[in-house]
Design a protein around this ligand. Structure first.
Ligand code: C2E
Ligand code: CA
Ligand code: CA
Ligand code: CA
Length: 277
């Protein structure tokens, strides 16, 4: 038992070391990632359940690090948030997404909004709202083609300040979504105060939806709730025809997920848009 205990301790220690090493590695490489142009945007379409057409494209960041290869956001966004580097990375994403959306329009492709994820730290920066309008102006992109995805947890801290910033964005024509809905602790009484256009049901609910009756009921009530708030409903992480069928029957407006497409590089996204025209 004594030896077992020691082995266990060693096991935990080496796992902790591995985590610290990974973090240090990522943090170090992140420092120069922007200046070296290592980030790229991928795009994932979402599809209108009624028409089957592309209703929007979500910009998702990827990091092409020469030594680490293609790094997915789950490995570095958290670190970037802790170190504060997410602010400049987020600004790059915003500018690049607006530029890309405008470039597609200039190429004669259908005018479809692009959605950008905003981290809490970025949103709280003084001047964030001006930064958004600046990015639109620099790209020459009308505001209606930009959507910002805000998480529930972001919105529930300093509610009044968040609402004020959201109103300014909304009045300027930008569309707003609540992302990963159901994973945070939104107070239902607050929700109606936010000027939201879209509610995105987190993919964990879609994944578990058809396993049992409560799973179905939860998603059905999220759709009803979202509609009563005046939002269009987007289901995330839709992978099967059965999920699509259930969501469509329950009145979900749009779906996003591997069933339609994985996130793809810019050229493939352009082909998708071309097929729509
Ligand atoms: P998210 O905003 O919830 O983005 C959706 C994630 O779900 C994406 O992961 C996407 O690839 C994945 N996904 C889409 N459809 C399916 C499906 O059918 N099944 C499964 N299993 N997964 C699906 P990704 O691209 O790895 O991004 C992960 C998270 O990283 C995002 O979650 C978002 O929170 C964050 N992120 C990505 N890009 C940015 C960014 O530019 N800025 C910020 N602040 N966060 C970002
Ligand atoms: Ca998102
Ligand atoms: Ca999400
Ligand atoms: Ca997520």
């Amino acid at each position: 038992a004594k030896d077992g205990g020691r082995n266990q301790l060693q096991f935990y220690t080496s796992e902790m070391n591995a985590r610290v090493t990974e973090r240090t590695l990522i943090e170090g490489h992140l420092r120069n990632a922007l200046s070296r142009g290592e980030f790229v945007l991928y795009f994932q379409p979402r599809i209108d359940c009624l028409t089957g057409r592309v209703a929007g494209l979500e910009a998702l960041i990827r990091w092409l690090q020469p030594e680490l290869g293609l790094v997915q956001p789950d490995r570095f966004i958290g670190v970037a948030e802790e170190t504060g580097r997410i602010v400049e990375i987020g600004e790059w994403v915003l500018v690049e997404a607006c530029r890309q959306a405008r470039a597609w329009q200039d190429a004669g492709l259908p005018r479809i909004p692009v959605a950008v994820n905003v981290s809490a730290r970025q949103f709280r920066q003084a001047g964030f709202v001006q930064e958004v309008f600046g990015a639109l102006e620099a790209a020459g992109l009308p505001a209606q083609y930009l959507e910002l995805e805000l998480t529930e947890s972001l919105m529930m801290q300093n509610v009044d300040g968040v609402i004020a910033a959201m109103r300014q964005l909304k009045e300027g024509g930008v569309r707003l979504s609540i992302d990963d809905f159901g994973t945070g602790y939104s107070s239902l009484s607050y929700l109606r105060r936010f000027p939201l256009d879209y509610l995105k049901i987190d993919r964990s609910f879609v994944r578990d939806m058809l396993h049992d009756k409560p799973g179905e009921a939860i998603v059905r009530s999220m759709i009803t709730l979202g509609h009563s708030l005046g939002c269009r409903i987007i289901a995330e992480g839709v992978e099967t025809r059965d999920q699509l069928g259930y969501l469509t029957r329950e009145g979900c407006d749009e779906i996003q997920g591997f069933l339609c497409s994985r996130p793809v590089p810019v050229e493939a996204a352009a082909e998708m848009l071309h097929a729509e025209s």
